[in-house]
Design a protein around this ligand. Structure first.
Ligand code: AMP
Ligand code: ZN
Length: 467
């Protein structure tokens, strides 16, 4: 079985397989590190993680590249506000992003390049684009991509079918979605950039945001790779511009498939920093919700469906996870399971009785349907009526599906009577421990001690007991 996915460029479903016959190579646009990522951003990153897990559990090798945007209008603006050097400021938010990714059980990408470390590559690309007549230097020292020089401009976002205002040039990283304009590849130094500028053949300045992904994907994945992904807001102009830059520079197709994730909404509006309607993992931990509950909410809806974030959905996630944990425990007991299940589809040990859920995941990552099928199957199973072998096989199959979702189950019996404030501290300690932040983990352990609780660390989760 191989994964079938909706391709934004073709607007149709496609069976995915690595173009080199070996490794599925994909690129995800990463975070802009100027503050904590919100759970809207994490809808995208968690779905990309699920995508990778399904490919790998299906037996494919992957190469996952995700960049860090550590220089752009916003990172420069906010680092100057704090008075910190840009690299120090962005390193802080990059590290926080990593802590949250681990708490959400996202696999780290194989390569995670930062834009600042790849400025010479970006300059090289601009040189090539100028020499091929696709870019021009403006008198003030900026360099622009000439949109009219690329016939295929607008294919991904179907620009020809939309009414567009014609602009001449734009130097803003995120410009109006209904304006077609030559965009900046290199931005001449401005006083408001402070000390954040680099030398180039066109004078001091810095690269435009769109260019970094073209340069870094080429460096780590080659001229053409299997798939490119991001949230839907990136389709235009960011991904359209990436295609234009890359294809004009290399003369080859940029990537075979495009995978875009629909936005997480709050009260019907996109969750975003600019609208001030965002929640971070820390906000939710303060209200007693665990990263596993957040992950459940994010994966429970199909990636192309709108998902409206509510606290009720987090409570529903809590009860769904408790149900799964109870079922897992019953199957383990009946199956007399003593070790972690060893599934491997290549050896024929896969989803077992949860095969329908696995099929749904492979059918355009239909997570909503797959979860429904897991619960239907669990309703039908009566562990007491199963042989120990049947229960052990079902237990292994359940773990296979949970691994595809990246879900870690809570300890069932403890969930009910631990006070919310205790669980919140314990979750923060677990996140700190996973992030190897030992001083913070120790402080939080002491806090739990004062509250009268002992936390015992397991491999995938923890136990809480009153002193
Ligand atoms: P940024 O840090 O703004 O560059 O965004 C990182 C990723 O999060 C990009 O792929 C965005 O498309 C995605 N994103 C931003 N807001 C949301 C949202 N509300 N829901 C889902 N994805 C989002
Ligand atoms: Zn990008």
């Amino acid at each position: 079985m191989s994964l079938i996915l909706f391709d934004t460029l073709e607007r149709s479903l496609h069976k995915l397989s690595p173009m080199d016959g070996e490794t599925f190579r994909f690129y995800c646009c990463g975070p802009t590190v100027y503050g904590p990522a919100h759970i809207g951003n994490f809808r995208t990153f968690v779905l990309q993680d699920l995508f990778r897990r399904v490919l790998e559990l299906g037996g494919l090798k992957t190469m996952h590249v995700r960049n860090i945007t550590d220089v752009d209008d916003k990172t420069i603006r906010d680092s100057l506000k704090t008075g910190q050097p840009l690299t120090e400021f962005t390193a802080h938010w990059r590290d926080k992003f990593h802590v949250d990714c681990r708490a959400l059980n996202c696999l780290p990408p194989h390569v995670e390049p930062g834009a600042v470390d790849h400025i010479p590559l970006q300059i090289e690309m601009i040189r090539t684009l100028i020499s091929k007549g696709h870019a021009y230097a403006a008198p003030e020292g900026s360099v622009y991509f000439k949109v009219s020089s690329f016939d295929n401009y607008g294919r991904l976002s179907r620009l020809k079918e939309r009414e567009l205002k014609m602009g001449s040039t734009t130097s803003s990283d995120e410009y109006e979605k209904d304006t077609l304009a030559d965009f900046a590849l290199w931005k001449a130094r401005k006083p408001e950039d402070g000390p954040n500028y680099w030398p180039s053949p066109w004078g001091e300045g810095r690269p435009g945001w769109h260019l970094e992904c073209s340069a870094m994907s080429r460096e780590y994945l080659g001229d053409t790779f299997d798939l490119h992904s991001g949230g839907v807001d990136l389709i235009f102009p960011h991904h359209e511009n990436e295609i234009a830059q890359s294809e004009c520079c290399t003369g080859h197709q940029f990537c075979a498939h495009w995978f875009h994730i629909t936005h997480l909404l709050v009260d019907g509006a996109k969750m975003s920093k600019s609208l001030g309607n965002l929640y971070t993992l820390s906000d939710l931990a303060e209200r007693g919700f665990t990263p596993a509950e957040v992950r459940y909410v994010l994966v429970a809806a199909h990636y192309r469906a709108q998902l409206n974030f509510t606290f009720d959905s987090l409570l529903a996630a809590r009860s769904a996870l408790a149900k799964l944990a109870k079922a897992e425990r019953a199957l383990a007991q009946r199956g007399e399971v003593t070790a972690a299940p060893e599934y491997d589809l290549m050896k024929g040990v896969g989803p077992g009785p949860f095969v329908e859920a696995w099929e749904s995941l492979n059918n355009d990552l239909n997570t909503a349907e797959a979860l429904g099928q897991v619960f239907v199957a669990l309703k039908v199973f009566k562990p007491d009526a199963m042989t120990s072998e049947q229960a052990a096989a079902a237990h292994c199959g359940l773990h296979f599906i949970l691994a595809a979702f990246g879900l870690i189950l809570p300890e069932p019996e403890e969930a009910a009577d631990v006070p919310e404030e205790v669980r919140s501290v314990a979750d923060r300690r677990w996140a700190a421990r996973t992030a190897k932040d030992w001083p913070l983990a120790d402080t939080l352990r002491k806090e739990l001690d004062v509250m009268g609780w002992i936390m015992k660390d397991g491999k995938e989760s923890y136990d809480l007991n009153p002193k």
